[in-house]
Design a protein. Structure first.
Length: 335
């Protein structure tokens, strides 16, 4: 008996291409990978926010009341005022200010060591690129969420710091002036722009070096150099105010200092070996120079927000350039 011919097997259907990794999955993986850093950052933000709320509220009120009592003492030997409240307000202000100033450097160091440097060093980045995630999409996911978190948290802390400083301005005798370098950089828009610049600088350093520890140092150093350059250039990025004083007064004007010197015949500016006509020997040198007065270029308090806007604009431009450089570098290396 002849066996009936069997039909040829049907051709197997081509395997469907693996779908690209969904954005929620990318987000969950990123949060799980950097959970310790996210937890530490959230704890730091909460603690700093609580400290600033206490500083600008009860602590400043107590310090202001103590200073009011002190000024009313008229150097009476039996004067009584709350010195502890004054010292506590001063110490906490200094602590929170310096803590906020470290935020951009911490962001730069973390971005270089963990965000890109460690994944490039361990090979997890290339593993992700073989599983449906393009290199450019991988980098975009690494930068987008941290940028959002850094912007929101740093903006909150900077606003609280500005509020706490305003609460003590004019009420606490030891309050720092607005043009104090630490106070100026801890409030306003500059902390946010510096943190974003640190994120971009650290990410680029991690891609360039491909090792976590060198990228950590390079990211922090790059931001430090950028911060230093901005500090020296910022007073000259906005028109300053000039105040002229008489030859017996010396330079006058309170604010963010730009420059000062003497005026000679015709209103021309000149450098002088001394600027205090009351100092011994200085008057003769000024008369020999032919000084007719003094000048000082400075920024008054009304220039606070223009300087913040200009400085933040420069930093955001640098941040954009660093981000573009990181994407172009990754694209060239993975082409």
């Amino acid at each position: 008996m002849t066996a009936a011919p069997t039909a040829p097997p049907a051709p197997a259907a081509p395997a469907a291409p693996a779908p690209p990794t969904a954005a929620p999955r990318q987000l969950r993986w990123l949060l799980r990978l950097h959970r310790p850093a996210v937890t530490a950052w959230a704890a730091f933000t909460v603690l700093a926010a609580v400290a600033l709320l206490w500083l600008g509220g009860p602590l400043t009120s107590d310090a202001a009341a103590a200073w009011k009592d002190y000024r009313a003492c008229a150097f009476d030997e039996r004067c009584a005022y709350d010195q502890d409240a004054i010292l506590a307000q001063k110490d906490l202000y200094r602590l929170t200010t310096y803590a906020l100033l470290t935020v951009p450097l911490l962001v730069a160091a973390w971005a270089g060591s963990a965000l890109t440097g460690r994944e490039a060093e361990s090979g997890t980045a290339r593993l992700g690129w073989t599983q449906g995630v393009s290199p450019l999409r991988w980098l975009a996911a690494r930068l987008a969420l941290p940028a959002l978190l850094v912007t929101a948290s740093t903006a909150l802390l900077a606003a609280l710091h500005r509020w706490a400083w305003t609460a003590g301005d004019g009420r606490v005798d030891t309050a720092k002036p607005w043009y104090d370098a630490a106070t100026f950089y801890a409030g306003g828009l500059l902390p946010v722009a510096l943190a974003l610049a640190g994120l971009a600088a650290g990410a680029l350093a991690g891609l360039l070096l491909g090792r976590s520890l060198p990228a950590l140092a390079a990211g922090a150093a790059a931001l430090g150099a950028l911060w230093t350059a901005l500090h020296h250039a910022l007073p000259h990025l906005w028109p300053s105010v000039t105040r002229v004083s008489g030859p017996d007064e010396g330079p006058s004007g309170s604010g963010l200092w730009v420059g000062e010197g003497v005026l000679v015949a015709g209103g021309e500016r000149a450098d002088a070996p001394c600027l205090n006509a009351l100092a011994p020997g200085c008057r003769g040198e000024l008369e020999q120079l032919g000084a007719t007065g003094f000048y000082r270029d400075f920024h008054p308090a009304a220039h606070y927000w223009p300087l913040q806007l200009v400085g933040a604009g420069v930093l955001l431009l640098v941040t954009a350039l660093l981000t573009v450089a990181a994407f172009r570098l990754l694209r060239r290396r993975t082409a």
